[in-house]
Write a protein that binds this ligand. Structure first.
Ligand SMILES: O=c1ccn([C@@H]2O[C@H](COP(=O)(O)OP(=O)(O)O[C@H]3O[C@H](CO)[C@@H](O)[C@H](O)[C@H]3O)[C@@H](O)[C@H]2O)c(=O)[nH]1
Ligand SMILES: [Mn+2]
Length: 816
């Protein structure tokens, strides 16, 4: 062996846990007194492994103290495993903005009142003059906008962020609680099974003791393909999980890992890693092919008419060798009958609550949509930093992670990222009593969902049956702590339990019980997440928002205008349903235990769809008035014009400040504003309408899942930042009509002003039109210059133009 080889021998491999070293990326080397130190693995929950190699012959006594400094024992829980920081600078900016903008709003209201009074009093015949109507409509719009602005400020009041210290959690695996993971899927075509089970694998691979992790897949489609794919996934996981653990792979969703090929860990032996990776990748391809083949051979049917089916996925090969290192995986397809309302995702989750209650009964549950995968295996331990903190855990219902997406384009023209919510509002929510449940990516305490009935001291069986249904076995599970660790689910399923599970997953089980009303995920609204979160907080529970640098989960965002608007319509239907009910957060919140600020946050989320009212007004009234020659805003030369200019600048600059704070460019602001306008005139309007129709019994609740299957053409347009206008007529016609109306009014209006030379009176009004048309420029492009797929269909343009002309001609028919 030559000297160089000798030098390269690692002289020590040290596992240490030192503060600061968590920040050393894998592979980073550092030379200290003749030793080259390289970080080999660095996962926050296991000690950092350092390899030290001699680099210098000149310093034969090279050595370095790598011994961890003697510290307090790790389990010293006197140090809390998390810290909450108030974002001071943001808080100051926000409150300053509230003060100034609020003051300007008062000035605007004062101006409008005095102006209306003036218009009324100069009118001699004392009948209400028609000229007042456009003024009143614009004023009403401004009042509504101001009201929303006030509600929205509750999110701005106290923004916070969180830091966690998972290393302060108990080191002993026996002391950490077990977790059930719930994943819901409903349609193997819109939600391709192969992707769904890849996401299941990522959940199985969470960095958590295998025997404390149980994964349940709810398949509302009752599809044999999904079950087949799940079994294949389980088989593949037996190879994948040890591979990930051995090499400290962070991205544990196989499809994402092999798709990006990004992560090459720094390992002791690169050859070994590459060999094993190649083998695993081969098996992955076999797994993919088998699922594809099954998909082609068996016709993929989804049905809304099938009996319950519950199956523990087990060792098909029968060697059973490494079973204990693989979390339990259970396939659950609840009974569905067309005559029976199934309450969509909330219904599916409640069945999982009962079935898992019998099988594993873990005290904590991770809920995931089928289009989300675990991107950071440590998320479970991150969440436990809060759930295991005795100071907050008694009242803590859930830890919410943001929804983040793996398929966003650089431009994100549809604001699929939902940045204003997950980057801004949720931080403010967290500074009060915690954010609302956001559908997916949250670790919730099972008990929080069970209501309070079973905690009363005088539990009587009859009362419990009325609340939880007739299964005494299930009631027993409520009262007992978690099952013993050596629960043998497989045996249970084969034995008498299997019929019990089927009863729990049947349509009739919830009859005459309080499931969905006071227990489990609530059925009242299709946005079960919003509503359940709201009710839990009204009951006194709190929550926490954790947005770590490495996204804990990644999902698929909607990447076409059509999907975005359909999804938004569904959300609005659900939210407005709550806003217009006895649960309206404005009243129900404060009348329960919720603070005013927290109620305002919930109220904003329920009421914001009503933005469509001011938007429709401001997209038509100033335009038509301009053609008529009615000025609606103060003269630029008057002092009050500065109030309007200030309000516009202050709200825009505040939004731009938030956009740049979350490290986006100013274009993000433009895209967000544009899609907000489009949603306001379409999905916010239709969703509200739908909700009202549901209330009076003319429409039925529905949940149309979004499409997660990859569409290359749609993806291409989205990546290029080009709108895909091939959407349903009910969406495209209002959008185009308003754009045409605005453009025509702008051209005629400007011409008239030049002729009459009354710039002073109309300057602000013209500005409103320029802003509208400028913002919606892509629509004009879609109608006129674009020719490729995704442009506005010619027939839709013609219809919209005709409609715009009708509205414009009304202008000349109605006398004034
Ligand atoms: O009858 C149903 C309908 C839907 N789902 C599942 O619900 C999830 C969410 O559906 P998706 O089509 O992805 O809707 P999104 O609009 O993307 O979902 C958001 O909005 C929903 C409420 O409308 C929340 O439930 C979600 O968690 C939230 O991510 C998916 O896993 C579906 O398979 C069911 O299990 N059963
Ligand atoms: Mn989704």
């Amino acid at each position: 062996m030559g000297e160089a080889d000798q030098l390269a021998q690692p002289i020590v491999q040290w596992a240490i846990k030192e503060p600061g070293l968590e920040d050393w990326p894998i592979g980073r080397e550092k030379v200290i007194s003749g030793l080259s130190l390289a970080v080999i693995t660095n996962i926050t929950t296991i000690p950092t492994i350092i390899k030290a190699t001699k680099t210098s012959q000149k310093n034969p006594n090279a050595h370095i103290e790598l011994k961890p400094k003697t510290k307090k024992p790790m389990e010293n829980l006197s140090l809390p495993p998390h810290v909450c920081h108030v974002e001071k600078s943001t808080l100051i900016i926000n409150r300053l903005h509230i003060f100034l903008h609020g003051f300007a709003l008062l000035a605007l209201i004062y101006y409008r009142f005095t102006n209306l009074y003036f218009l009324y009093s100069v009118n001699t015949n004392k009948k209400i003059p028609t000229i007042l109507f456009p003024h009143i409509l614009v004023f009403a719009s401004e009042l509504i906008l101001s009201f929303f602005w006030v509600l929205d400020q509750s999110f701005q009041w106290r923004p916070v962020s969180r830091t966690i210290y998972p290393e302060r959690l108990p080191k002993d695996d026996n002391k950490i609680p077990s977790i059930d993971v719930f994943i819901c899927t409903s349609d193997p075509i819109k939600e391709p099974s192969f992707e769904v089970v890849n996401n299941v694998i990522s959940a199985m691979a969470l960095d958590y003791p295998s025997k404390k992790l149980h994964v349940y897949l709810s398949d509302d489609g009752g599809s044999s393909l999904t079950l087949f794919a799940l079994k294949e996934a389980w088989n593949f996981a037996r190879l994948w999980l040890p591979f990930c653990r051995k090499f400290g792979i962070k991205n544990r969703c196989p499809k994402a890992y092999f798709g990006h090929n990004e992560e090459i860990p720094s390992v002791f032996n690169l050859d070994e890693f590459l060999n094993e990776k190649e083998e695993v990748q081969k098996q992955y391809e076999v797994f993919e092919k088998r699922v594809q083949k099954h998909k082609e051979e068996a016709s993929v049917i989804t049905s809304n008419n099938h009996p319950p089916k519950i199956e523990v996925i087990k060792d098909a090969i029968g060697d059973g060798a490494d079973m204990k290192d693989i979390p339990l995986v259970v396939y659950v397809s609840r009974e569905k009958r067309p005559s029976h309302p199934h309450n969509f995702k909330a219904g599916a989750l409640n069945i999982l609550l009962r079935v898992s209650g019998i099988i594993s009964n873990s005290p904590y549950i991770l809920v995931l949509d089928c289009d989300f995968y675990c991107n950071d295996p440590t998320s479970a331990r991150q969440a436990m930093c809060f759930h295991l903190d005795k100071n907050i855990s008694p009242k803590l219902a859930y830890v919410q992670f943001p929804q983040k997406f793996h398929n966003l384009s650089h431009n994100d023209i549809y604001d699929s990222e939902l940045r204003p919510f997950f980057k801004v509002r949720w931080r403010g929510f967290d500074g009060l009593k915690g954010p609302v449940i956001s559908g997916t990516c949250f670790y919730i305490k099972r008990k929080a969902l069970y209501g309070t009935s079973f905690q009363n001291n005088d539990v009587d069986l009859l009362g419990l049956r009325k609340t939880y249904g007739l299964s005494d076995e299930f009631i027993k599970s409520l009262l007992s702590q978690t099952k013993p660790d050596d629960v043998n689910a497989e045996e249970m399923i084969i034995s008498s339990t299997s019929s019990l599970l089927e009863i729990l997953a049947s349509c009739d089980y919830e009859k005459d019980s309080l499931w969905g009303l006071q227990v489990g995920f609530r059925y009242f609204s299709v946005v079960e997440d919003y509503f359940t979160g709201f009710i839990l907080q009204c009951e006194g529970w709190s929550s926490v928002y954790l947005d770590p640098a490495r996204p804990a989960f990644l999902g698929s965002a909607t990447i076409s205008l059509g999907e975005t608007l359909v999804q938004s319509t569904r959300w609005v239907t659900g939210l407005v349903g709550v806003a217009l009910s006895k649960y309206s957060p404005l009243f129900y919140g404060p009348s329960s235990r919720m603070s005013i600020l927290q109620s305002m946050c919930f109220a904003y989320l329920a009421y914001f769809p009503f933005y469509f009212l001011p938007y429709w007004c401001l997209a038509t009234i100033p335009q038509l008035s301009l053609l008529r020659g009615i000025p609606l805003y103060p003269k630029v030369s008057s002092a009050f014009s500065s109030v309007f200019i200030f309000l516009f600048l202050s709200s825009s600059l505040k939004e731009i400040q938030e956009v740049s704070y979350s490290r986006h460019s100013i274009w993000t602001w433009v895209y967000e504003k544009r899609i907000w306008m489009i949603k306001s005139i379409t999905s916010h309007f239709y969703g509200t309408l739908n909700s009202v129709l549901e209330k009076i019994g003319l429409a039925e609740a529905s949940f149309l899942p979004t499409n997660k299957a990859n569409d290359d053409e749609q993806n291409r347009l989205y990546q290029m930042g080009k709108f895909d206008f091939q959407v349903s007529r009910m969406f495209i016609i209002p959008i185009c009509t308003l754009v045409i109306l605005n453009s025509v009014s702008l051209i005629i209006g400007v011409a008239k002003i030049f002729l009459n030379r009354n710039y002073d009176e109309f300057f602000l009004q013209i500005f409103v039109l320029i802003f509208m048309v400028g913002m919606q420029y892509p629509v004009i492009e879609g109608m006129i210059t674009r020719k490729e797929k995704g442009c506005v269909p010619w027939s839709d343009t013609v219809q919209s133009a005709a409609l715009a002309m009708i509205i414009l001609s009304l202008e000349f028919i109605i006398p004034m």
